[in-house]
Design a protein around this ligand. Structure first.
Ligand SMILES: NC(=O)c1ccc[n+]([C@@H]2O[C@H](COP(=O)([O-])OP(=O)(O)OC[C@H]3O[C@@H](n4cnc5c(N)ncnc54)[C@H](O)[C@@H]3O)[C@@H](O)[C@H]2O)c1
Length: 283
């Protein structure tokens, strides 16, 4: 299958990063969000990123940056955004009911050949697909943050994902110069299950006053050669995302995955990390 046109749903942290990545790889991208301001802000942020990290560093010309931007089209209406695309990548909130309903809708409005992918970081692809008729074309394409930089894509094979869909998703991901790992559907997959446990434990250490945020992060970076400490990483990912992942894993696997009470409190106070400019650190 020749993928040239892609729709990305959700213009938050991940959606905007994925769109920037795809535009630089020559794809025509439609970006859709239910909030018009968010979708406009996302394109402005992509423009600034291209200027700051590519044009200003002489990696690409001004004309190339303009070409990339011209490939990005903004929508609030999903029916219009998915018209004529061969692949849809969903990056809305980490919420099972929201995603289930969205995929059922996509299944009904998209041409039957269109591949429907979720960028969920933890939720079951099989369950996300459960209200759709053509479940064989639904797959997880899990990008990492920032999508333009991180080299891994975790491909999630749902119970009903077809081999054909998996192969198209794999070829597409490798075409973005990413290394692909294939994971059978399981809560948190490989990466989120592991990283959540570490970050949640670091948040509990902060709560217990074992060390400052700076020292917990410095200890992990220097002891384990991590590029980023667990609290810095939590701020980057978004505390709301870890809270949702934790609730989901605790529900599926048991109490030991329960989110720290400090994580819950910070989410309640809108201290989500970089996206709200305050988390364990100020931005
Ligand atoms: N943040 C990360 O580091 C990270 C990494 C990998 C995967 N993910 C996954 O990517 C997804 C998005 O995460 P994010 O951090 O970008 O979230 P975010 O909160 O930054 O963005 C979500 C966006 O979805 C939009 N949205 C919500 N419901 C919608 C709907 N029905 N239709 C259209 N738009 C809708 C919101 O307006 C918002 O702009 C989640 O499933 C998350 O688990 C996140």
């Amino acid at each position: 299958m020749d993928i040239k046109d892609v729709c990305v749903i959700g213009a938050g942290v991940m959606g905007s990063g994925i769109v920037q990545l795809l535009a630089t790889y020559g794809y025509n991208v439609t970006l859709v969000d239910e909030n018009e301001k968010i979708v406009n802000d996302a394109k402005n942020a992509i423009e600034k990123n291209l200027e700051r990290f590519f044009v200003a560093k002489n990696k690409i010309s001004k004309e190339e940056a303009e070409n990339y931007l011209n490939r990005i089209h903004l929508f609030v209406n999903k029916e219009e955004a998915v018209k004529d695309v061969q692949l849809v990548i969903e990056a809305v909130f980490e919420d099972m009911n929201l995603k289930k309903k969205l995929f059922a809708k996509l299944d009904s409005i998209c041409d039957k050949e269109v591949i429907l992918a979720s960028n969920t970081s933890s939720l079951s692809i099989t369950e996300i697909a459960s209200e759709s008729i053509h479940q064989d074309r639904i797959v997880g394409i899990h990008f990492f943050n920032p999508a333009t930089v991180m080299k891994l894509i975790e491909l999630i094979k749902g119970k009903n994902t077809s081999e054909k869909t998996l192969k198209i998703a794999k070829d597409f991901s490798e075409g973005l110069k990413k290394t692909v790992v294939i994971v059978n559907d399981s809560p948190g997959f490989v990466t989120s299950r592991l990283i959540y446990v570490m970050c949640n434990e670091a948040i509990n250490m902060k709560l217990e006053g074992i060390a400052s945020a700076e020292d917990i992060d410095a200890a992990c970076k220097l002891a384990f050669n991590f590029p980023m400490g667990p609290l810095e990483l939590s701020d980057l990912v978004g505390l709301d995302i870890y809270d949702k992942i934790g609730d989901y894993l605790a529900n599926e696997f048991g109490e030991k995955y329960k989110p720290s009470s400090l994580l819950k409190e910070m989410v309640k106070d809108d201290l989500l990390g970089r996206k709200t400019k305050k988390g364990f650190y100020n931005y």
